[in-house]
Design a protein around this ligand. Structure first.
Ligand code: IFM
Length: 440
């Protein structure tokens, strides 16, 4: 019997700002990524998502491509500023219409729509009013989520609230490497909490839906078994994984994480009842996995995204890496899944992103190798009893890789950014075969 059963969901993923373009069309309002990428020096080459891969106009062609690959599901995100240009109040019908048309095109091809409600494109007016560090943003997000849910729940069954709140909070508000580009550790911790609160409020309000959240999780290990390296690994595991998993799945922040963050914040932003709201019952948790982390104690202070733990360093084991400089290690995915199963045995998991940037273009044997290794790790996890119900390649198309602009290509479909021509890479053909066979 094949490890992957008939219902296993084979898919590919993208996100709104990375592919849509059309940032000033049909009433869309500005997002923090429009502002950030238009600011000199923030993205490689000054790249922006203004045109991206023009998916807004080419979605039909892209859905046809997905059908050619045999995708069972397509994970995309909905741009809040298309639906609510001011981030609150008036709903922009033309924005909703785009996602209705996209969804219908998918359903016509028997491809399950798998939307995420927030993949980092916060409406600029909401940032101007305080952004995620402000409590009100959680309520605004829930209001937006319910508007989209009510408009599209006749067609869509599975909904993801947030993509990678770690990035929104800590890259956006601590390191400033992502929009909105703030460098304020205390604000980043408040942002993380309000993202989770927004998730919980939305999940509770979308009553009949199958709701989940997507987290970027990693397998974290110490460089050595010295007490100092083990403590460094505990800290990073706390700030990468447990600071999100524990509130969402167990209604509590981990005590050691609260201690580590004691110097950064007094936690007066957490109100009674918040954790109960955050731990709304979920149908699934999405995992975005790219690379493991090997951590050591350091004597040098480094103000990284891991606020509250400046004396840690990340160890390069000298193993093969992707073009992002991320170590290739599928064993990390297996270890992560086994750990999650041990700690949350009743939870269903989807790999909502996994993939790699490489400099090769259409003949991308390195990407095939990466994907094969990681799909094999999922198979091994399933054989060990982990409930992994689907796998989405990141990404369907080459696209705007945030601060890296268009310099890093993650797609299984190549995009010529001058002509917008799409060409299947070898990895796309290989993945189509995996789907057709139902496994490796
Ligand atoms: O491109 C991103 C995506 O938006 C979120 N997860 C990681 C990907 C690769 O960096």
């Amino acid at each position: 019997m094949s490890t992957f059963d008939q219902s296993f969901l084979w898919g590919a993923a993208t996100s709104s700002y990375q592919i849509e373009g059309a940032t000033v069309e049909d009433g869309r309002g500005p997002s923090i990524w429009d502002t950030f990428s238009a600011t000199p020096g923030k993205t490689a080459n000054g790249d922006t998502g203004a045109v991206a891969v023009d998916h807004y106009h080419r979605y039909h062609e892209d859905v046809t491509l997905m059908a050619r690959l045999g995708l069972r599901a397509y994970r995309f995100s909905i741009a809040w500023p298309r639906v609510q240009p001011l981030g609150a109040g008036r709903i922009n019908q033309r924005g909703l219409d785009f996602y209705r048309k996209l969804t219908d095109a998918l359903l016509e091809q028997d491809i399950q729509p798998w939307p995420t409600l927030y993949h980092w494109d916060l409406p600029q007016p909401i940032e101007d009013a305080g952004g995620w560090p402000a409590r009100d943003t959680a309520a605004r997000f829930a209001e937006y989520a319910v508007a989209v849910y009510e408009a599209l729940s006749d067609r869509i069954t599975h909904w993801t609230t947030l993509n990678e709140p770690w990035c929104s909070a800590f890259l956006g508000y601590a390191t400033g490497r992502h929009a909105p580009g703030r460098r304020d550790p205390a604000a980043s911790v408040r942002a993380a909490h309000h993202l989770l609160l927004g998730h919980g409020l939305a999940a509770r309000a979308m009553r009949d839906a199958q709701v989940g959240i997507t987290l970027n999780l990693s397998h974290v290990s110490p460089r050595s078994d010295t007490a100092a390296d083990m403590d460094a690994a505990r800290r990073i595991d706390g700030m990468q994984n447990r600071i999100f998993l524990d509130p969402v799945l167990s209604a509590a922040y981990p005590d050691d994480v609260l201690d580590d963050l004691g110097e950064v914040t007094a936690f007066d932003h957490i109100q009674e009842g918040d954790l109960k709201t955050i731990a709304a019952p979920l149908a699934f948790v999405g995992i975005n996995y790219y690379a493991p982390m090997v951590v050591a104690a350091s004597t040098e202070r480094d103000e990284s995204a891991y606020v509250g733990s400046p004396y840690v360093s990340f160890h390069d084991r000298g193993r093969p890496q992707t073009a992002m400089g991320w170590e290739i290690d599928e064993q990390g995915l297996l270890e992560l899944l086994l750990r999650l199963e041990r700690e949350y045995p009743t939870q269903a998991w989807y790999i909502t992103e996994n993939g790699a940037a490489f400099d090769d273009e259409v003949h991308d044997s390195t990407r095939i190798d990466y994907l094969k290794r990681h799909i094999k790790a999922c198979a091994d996890a399933i054989d060990h009893g982990v409930t992994v119900k689907g796998y989405f390649v990141w990404s369907l198309l080459d696209n705007f890789e945030w601060a890296y602009g268009y310099a890093k290509r993650f797609g299984i479909v190549h995009v010529d950014y001058t002509t917008q021509r799409r060409t299947l890479k070898d990895s796309a053909r290989w993945y189509a075969d995996v789907i057709a066979r139902g496994g490796l």
